[in-house]
Design a protein. Structure first.
Length: 344
């Protein structure tokens, strides 16, 4: 076990287990956690005794609630470049997991938000209980969905735009419908599943998936599936103004309450963050994963100067007044994003 970097490392049979253990912060990923995860994968790479790796959480509430935004805020305010080093380390970790030669599983039983959802998406097999909630909520703090979301959300077309721009949380039923997770296993059976995997004589990907299939159940009906036509109608537009105008003019009385609620939520978001998130989703559809990750990295490095993240974190976490003063627009940032997406 290794508690010093908020990770518990254990081995059961041929299964290496990395347990995220920062429950007081809902497992928000510190730089130490990120580096520790990467180091552990490296350690097990050539270990013949480890056939597969599983990532789970010690928190009853969350798999991982995202990146350590307070750390990023403090680093920037202190004039250090540590916030850039954080993203470099995070993206190196995500790539190492994606490219890992051994199967990597994520067991989700609680919030998987932002960087937490990005971490889960990098894993090869995703299992979730009914308790999980998923979101890329970055626009609420004046940022844009990163950690690969330019790729994994853009594959969902208009639904991806909706999730990226609104930051709305969805259920495990919705995540299964959208293929953001692979399997739904009831929460009370996750421990038995973990024991079964640890006891398996071989941990090839096909064997693991066969084993998981004995534990799966059908989740409740997906609410997003029922809303898919509605979301397509409003979120297929090419600009934020058109999307918000479309929601404002929803004609069907059965859908007006949803449209009004969604519009109100969007209007509370940073305009710069919404517009940038929309452009990234549109650009991401034509890009490979590596190109999407590079596009995000390029934007992260200039976002602290030009975007709304610092103000968003101030309003949410520092002063806690929840009254962010968003920029009304930012021509320089818009021009940079246009250039970046054109190059990609």
């Amino acid at each position: 076990m290794n508690h010093e970097n908020n990770l518990i490392i254990t081995v059961q049979g041929a299964l290496g287990i990395i347990t995220l253990d920062r429950p007081s912060h809902l497992n928000a990923l510190s730089i130490q956690m990120i580096e520790g995860i990467r180091a552990q994968f490296e350690c097990w790479r050539n270990d013949a005794g480890i056939q597969a790796v599983l990532i789970n959480s010690s928190s009853p509430k969350a798999f991982c609630a995202g990146g350590d935004i307070r750390y990023l805020y403090d680093a920037y305010k202190n004039g250090s470049s540590d916030y850039r080093e954080y993203f470099i380390a995070e993206y190196a970790m995500l790539s190492a997991i994606r490219q890992y030669a051994k199967p990597v599983l994520a067991l989700l039983d609680g919030y998987a938000l932002g960087g937490g959802l990005g971490l889960a998406q990098a894993c090869h097999i995703l299992v979730s209980s009914e308790k999980s909630r998923f979101a890329m909520p970055e626009t609420a703090i004046g940022f844009f969905p990163d950690v690969g979301a330019t790729h994994f959300l853009s594959r969902l077309d208009d639904m991806g735009v909706y999730l990226a721009v609104s930051g709305e949380q969805i259920s495990s039923s919705d995540a299964l419908y959208l293929d953001l997770i692979d399997y739904h296993v009831p929460g009370e059976r996750l421990e038995a599943l973990l024991s079964a995997i640890a006891a398996a004589p071989s941990l090839e990907k096909a064997q693991i998936e066969q084993l998981i299939s004995r534990f799966i159940t059908a989740p409740e009906a997906s609410q997003l599936r029922a809303l898919s036509d509605l979301i397509h109608r409003h979120f297929s537009h090419q600009s934020i103004e058109e999307i918000e105008g479309s929601l404002a003019h929803e004609a069907d009385p059965a859908h007006q309450a949803w449209a009004a609620r969604t519009l109100q939520m969007l209007q509370q978001r940073s305009w710069v963050a919404k517009q940038s998130s929309l452009k990234l989703q549109q650009a991401g559809r034509g890009l490979a994963l590596e190109q999407c990750m590079q596009l995000e990295r390029d934007l992260q490095d200039i976002w602290f100067e030009h975007g709304d993240l610092i103000e968003g974190v101030r309003a949410l976490l520092i002063d806690k007044d929840k009254q962010p003063k968003w920029q009304s627009s930012n021509a320089k940032l818009a021009s940079i994003i246009d250039n970046l997406t054109a190059i990609s």
